[in-house]
Write a protein that binds this ligand. Structure first.
Ligand SMILES: [Fe+2]
Ligand SMILES: [Fe+2]
Length: 264
């Protein structure tokens, strides 16, 4: 079912392969999710509240799909623009799956949250490149936090559905990283990217850990361990930027299999 996963190239990412990758996954049926969770009522409510915040974040990335048509950036082409639109659609699919999860866990969907507003406001203040950097940060957060929730809900079909989302997010991370490799070909540009990456990424991870502290406590997840996971993922991206493209693929192995082992 999956198209071949594009490999980093010293010259130019294979945007046509990314387009094919996203297109090949666009029509997957939504996974089944029910409320059968190994959690007490209060813990289930805390989980539902957190999932509702993530659901809102997953549904708020549509503008970039239009802005990219007007952006004149080195290293991108029509296939990149088409792939980015398919990526946004895949995030919309995640929002629908998370919506199912929120309802299955007995929660209610949100129309706004302060963290989602912070991310949205931040994106609107920025140019396309910085917006994509915020989206790359969101991929790190998704891989870490969805992974932790998937481990805590192992054996449920909610946990299995989260594992499917994590696999997508891992591909998103590699897709955005391919883009940023095209934008950071000189050492000064790499240094600029890394400064912005660590400032935005570290702040975002800390804010999300704080915002979801009730859920983390309910699921028995230690914020310190999650933040260590965040640092590991932020470092993984840093290595992906600074490594030679041929080594970058080794620096950025897919992590989803780590989480897939916990699902039924
Ligand atoms: Fe997502
Ligand atoms: Fe994503």
């Amino acid at each position: 079912m999956n198209a071949r996963l594009p490999a980093p190239s010293p010259a130019q990412p294979d945007w046509a392969a990314w387009r094919q990758h996203f297109a090949s996954r666009a029509h997957r049926p939504l996974p089944a999710v029910d409320g059968d969770l190994p959690l007490a009522e209060a813990d289930r409510a805390a989980l539902a509240d957190s999932l509702a915040v993530f659901q809102l974040g997953e549904s708020g990335e549509g503008r970039i799909a239009h802005q990219i048509d007007r952006a004149q950036l080195a290293g991108i082409d029509g296939d990149y623009r088409a792939a980015l639109k398919l990526f946004v659609a895949e995030e919309g699919r995640h929002a629908r799956i998370l919506g199912q999860m929120v309802r299955a866990a007995g929660g209610r969907l949100l129309s706004h949250s302060w963290t989602e507003g912070l991310f949205r406001h931040g994106r609107r203040l920025m140019g396309v490149r910085l917006k994509l950097l915020v989206l790359l940060t969101a991929e790190v957060i998704a891989v870490v936090f969805y992974g932790a929730i998937a481990r805590a809900t192992a054996g449920s079909n909610l946990g299995a559905a989260l594992c499917q989302i994590i696999e997508d997010e891992d591909h998103h991370l590699a897709f955005h990283l391919d883009f940023f490799r095209t934008q950071t070909r000189s050492r000064p540009r790499q240094a600029l990217f890394l400064a912005a990456w660590w400032a935005v990424g570290a702040a975002a991870c800390a804010v999300v850990a704080w915002d979801h502290r009730r859920c983390l406590k309910a699921l028995g997840l230690a914020p310190k361990a999650l933040l260590q996971d965040c640092v590991a993922q932020l470092s993984r991206v840093s290595r992906g930027i600074t490594a030679h493209p041929c080594a970058a693929q080794r620096a950025l192995p897919l992590t989803a299999s780590k989480w897939m082992t916990v699902s039924p």
